[in-house]
Write a protein that binds this ligand. Structure first.
Ligand code: AMP
Ligand code: GLY
Length: 420
């Protein structure tokens, strides 16, 4: 089989490595991929948002199955465009990807179907938003409606900060058109859990839970990033919480999307907060998380391609999706200065024996050398019988991977270990 994976980060590298385990996979094309995955996939210089070129490539190369991994092409309708040409795909259609593409949509969906989430108000008028903030409970959370490279959420600790955030989003358009509508919502507290799930429009199969570490610095300080590391499973996600999530959140979400005529197929990511009132949805993503995927897929014992095809064909109910009892940790190695400005172009050295457990996110090949080419450069991943060992081993690996200006957090997994 010829497979095409749209996207180019560490998540896509993890997906590609897992797909390769299936013997029927002859070749994987990555669009655009990155230089760090050249040994695992054929790199094609087509951007993940260039839907027309993606479709032409798939047709010309007789692609048997396509995996659309990032949010933008999904929200832009890549799956619809590929399926129109008869290419089977993993991922939701445009009318279902809106669950991530519009926060106003997802909040209204949850309200309409009684799915637990933070209380909120929607505004499309700046004066009304500012007036509301005069009496709103502080801290409060301001969210731009559309995709904003994961940065469209501002937690305001004072009334002035909240008003400034509203002005920046609605008046100065710091996130472009994403800020034409905003959500102002209740600030929730509690541990966060990421649960990715396979969904075929009827059956939902949660994958092993994980914990992201979004802040740039140790101790959860510093700026929000795309994610500085992950562990799986997440110890806050007990059996009792998992059962409640299935009943109160996962199944109601599948049913709500069907009732709206927006059947979701692919990976639905539930960003949850375990509050004193029970689990609540912080956000939905219409795709695999990054770097959650880098700890979840190494623990998947079933064949990924078979499971993905089952979501496409609607036969997930009859397909085994089995996870190992082990634990995993991913330490993201970034360029010093990320998520703001940073230098790139430094040579990366990954010892041969680590290549199987390193997922490259931001790198390019130049004269046969692998050079840093992004903020998040790679993830060092370890799987072990205990979380303690997985964390220690991931850090041992990170220490052996070298590039100038490498930066990583030193406390990935610390909070998880404290509750065990
Ligand atoms: P998001 O970009 O939607 O993943 O949000 C980024 C982060 O902001 C989340 O991981 C949470 O830590 C935090 N956050 C978002 N919404 C809320 C909320 N209502 N209450 C508290 N924290 C929140
Ligand atoms: N790690 C968070 C995300 O993928 O959105």
């Amino acid at each position: 089989m010829k497979i095409m994976v749209v996207g180019g980060g560490g998540r896509e590298h993890a997906i590609i490595k897992k797909l390769k385990e299936n013997k029927s996979v002859e070749e994987i094309f990555a669009l655009p991929g990155n230089g760090g995955m050249a040994e695992d996939a054929t790199l094609i210089d087509i951007g993940a948002q260039d839907i027309d070129k993606i479709v032409s490539f798939a047709v010309e190369n007789k692609i048997d199955y396509a995996v659309v991994a990032p949010d933008d092409p999904l929200v832009l309708g890549a799956v619809d465009a590929l399926e129109e040409k008869g290419i089977p795909c993993f991922g939701p259609k445009k009318n279902a990807a809106v669950i991530e593409g519009s926060k106003v949509f997802s909040k209204n969906l949850m309200k309409k179907y009684g799915i637990p989430t933070a209380e909120y108000e929607v505004f499309d008028n700046i004066d009304a938003a500012l007036a509301y903030l005069e009496t709103a409970k502080i801290p409060t959370v301001i969210k731009a409606d559309g995709l904003a490279l994961g940065k469209g959420v501002i937690i305001a600790n004072t009334r002035e900060e909240a008003k400034d955030a509203v002005r920046s989003i609605m008046q100065d358009k710091m996130f472009g058109e994403s800020g034409d509508h905003i959500v102002i919502e209740e600030f929730l507290t509690g541990p966060e859990v990421s649960v990715l799930s396979f969904m075929d429009g009827e059956t939902v199969v949660p994958m092993i839970s994980s914990m992201d570490h979004k802040r740039a610095l140790d101790g959860d300080e510093g700026l929000n990033t795309g994610g500085m590391g992950t562990v799986a499973p997440n110890p806050y996600y007990t059996k009792e919480i998992a059962d409640r999530c299935m009943k109160e959140i996962f199944l109601p979400t599948v049913n709500a999307m069907n009732a709206e005529g927006r059947t979701f197929k692919g990976c639905l990511y539930f960003g949850l907060m375990i509050t004193n009132d029970g689990p609540k949805v912080i956000e939905y993503n219409c795709r695999f998380g990054d770097p959650e995927t880098q700890v979840v897929l190494p623990l998947l014992e079933s064949d990924l391609l078979t499971v993905m095809q089952a979501t496409t064909n609607g036969c997930l109910k009859d397909t085994e999706v089995k996870f190992s009892e082990k634990c995993a940790c991913c330490v993201i190695m970034a360029s010093e200065g990320y998520p703001l400005s940073y230098e790139k172009g430094f040579e990366i050295t990954v010892p041969d024996e680590l290549k199987d457990s390193v997922y490259i996110a931001g790198a390019k090949l130049s004269d046969g050398k692998l050079l840093t080419n992004g903020g998040r450069v790679l993830g060092a991943v370890a799987v072990a019988d205990s979380l303690r060992d997985a964390v220690d081993k991931a850090y041992e690996k990170a220490e052996k991977i070298l590039f100038e200006n490498a930066y990583y957090r030193h406390d990935i997994g610390k909070r998880a270990l404290e509750v065990l």
